[in-house]
Design a protein around this ligand. Structure first.
Ligand code: TXA
Ligand code: MG
Length: 338
């Protein structure tokens, strides 16, 4: 027996019929939420000013933060952007997949998603549902789907249809349910629009994988980089204050906070079984951790404790994206405050 639908028909299985309805909605200028391999996106026709404006409204996102345009295949690149040798190498190596390219926008391409930037973010997702949606939309003449993560601005990204429903209920007319996002972390963003390639947001595709495909070193984000909300310190934040603690300090920190009467949830590799402490097991493999990161933060947030203590993750590039998101969750959640 299937689960009862508590969404009032808002959440549709991502089968042929659901995808066809989502394509119709996109053509009619309505935003729809859909799964990708990274996180769920809230998509709208990137060439329709009103549809793109609706995304900003629903997300409560400042208008000066640009959106990524999602395309069905690399052929769509030339419509939107000037793609040089570097872009072609990265597309060849990583598309479809969790990589967003920031490129110089072509003068005639619609600029609704670009928030006044002369550049555009482009991504071709590999998730089969996203691919069918984008190619069906393209078959009717659509050029691309502008899609930020389907959560309110600054909050934790959604990796399941139920997360989208919990965040955007009432504000979105259709959510395609494609199950759990396989990667669970937003795409790697690389800026190719000026001089040396720069990594603006770490993701599943690492800096060294990019450097190898490019055949040249890759720089980090600079403070003067174009706006990347994911790079604001206070992003990806749950409501409960988050504190990152090294494994070696965890037991002492738990004891200190319990003495102060704090109710705690701990996310660590070793079990922390003190009374008054909720514990969630942290995966030892970065891919497993990435897949459960946002669902884990949401679950811990719902416990209603005073503080989330999260064990810092290991050194090494494979953990870069997770370390980045956890750092922002800790900064954005209001700090320690005792
Ligand atoms: O994995 C992902 O990238 C997901 C899925 C839905 O594709 N999307 C996503 O979108 O994470 P969003 O809006 O939550 O994050 C997109 C980031 C933002 O930080 C935005 O500022 C940056 O991409 N971005 C988009 N266009 C840009 C541009 N022209 N220049 C610099 N940054 C840009
Ligand atoms: Mg986002």
């Amino acid at each position: 027996m299937s689960e009862p639908d508590r969404s009032g028909g808002l959440v549709l299985p991502a089968d042929d019929e659901g995808i066809a309805r989502a394509i119709e909605a996109l053509r009619a200028g309505l935003p729809v939420a859909f799964p990708t391999e990274t996180v769920y996106g809230l998509g709208a026709d990137a060439a329709n000013a009103a549809a793109v404006a609706a995304i900003y409204r629903i997300k409560r996102r400042p208008r000066d933060h640009p959106l990524i345009v999602h395309v069905a295949d690399a052929d769509a690149l030339g419509f939107w952007a000037e793609a040089g040798r570097r872009a072609r190498s990265l597309v060849e190596a990583f598309w479809p997949g969790p990589l967003t390219l920031i490129l110089s926008r072509r003068a005639q391409a619609p600029a609704h998603a670009c928030a006044g930037q002369p550049t555009i973010g482009l991504r071709c997702p590999s998730h089969p549902v996203a691919k069918s949606l984008l190619s069906g939309f393209a078959a009717g003449g659509g050029q691309g789907v502008a899609a930020p993560s389907a959560n309110r601005f600054g909050k934790v990204s959604p990796t399941r249809a139920e997360h989208v429903l919990a965040d955007l209920d009432g504000d979105v007319s259709l959510i395609l349910d494609g199950g759990d996002a396989e990667i669970g972390l937003e795409s790697t963003i690389v800026d190719l629009s000026a001089g040396r390639p720069r990594l603006l947001r770490p993701g599943a595709i690492t800096g060294s994988a990019l450097a190898e495909a490019l055949g040249e070193p890759i720089g980090g984000a600079e403070p003067a980089a174009p706006r990347v909300p994911g790079s604001l310190a206070a992003h990806y934040a749950p409501g409960t204050p988050v504190e990152l603690v090294d494994a070696s300090q965890l037991a002492d920190r738990i004891a200190d906070l319990r003495r102060l009467g704090r109710r705690l949830a701990v996310w660590s590799r070793e079990p922390q079984l003190a009374g008054g402490v909720e514990w969630l097991a942290a995966p030892a493999d970065p891919r497993d951790y990435g897949r459960m990161l946002y669902d884990g933060l949401r679950r811990l947030d719902r416990l209603g404790v005073d503080r989330l203590l999260i064990e810092t993750v290991p050194a090494g590039e494979a953990w870069d994206a997770i370390r980045d998101r956890l750092g922002r969750a800790a900064t954005g959640s209001g700090g320690r405050g005792d």
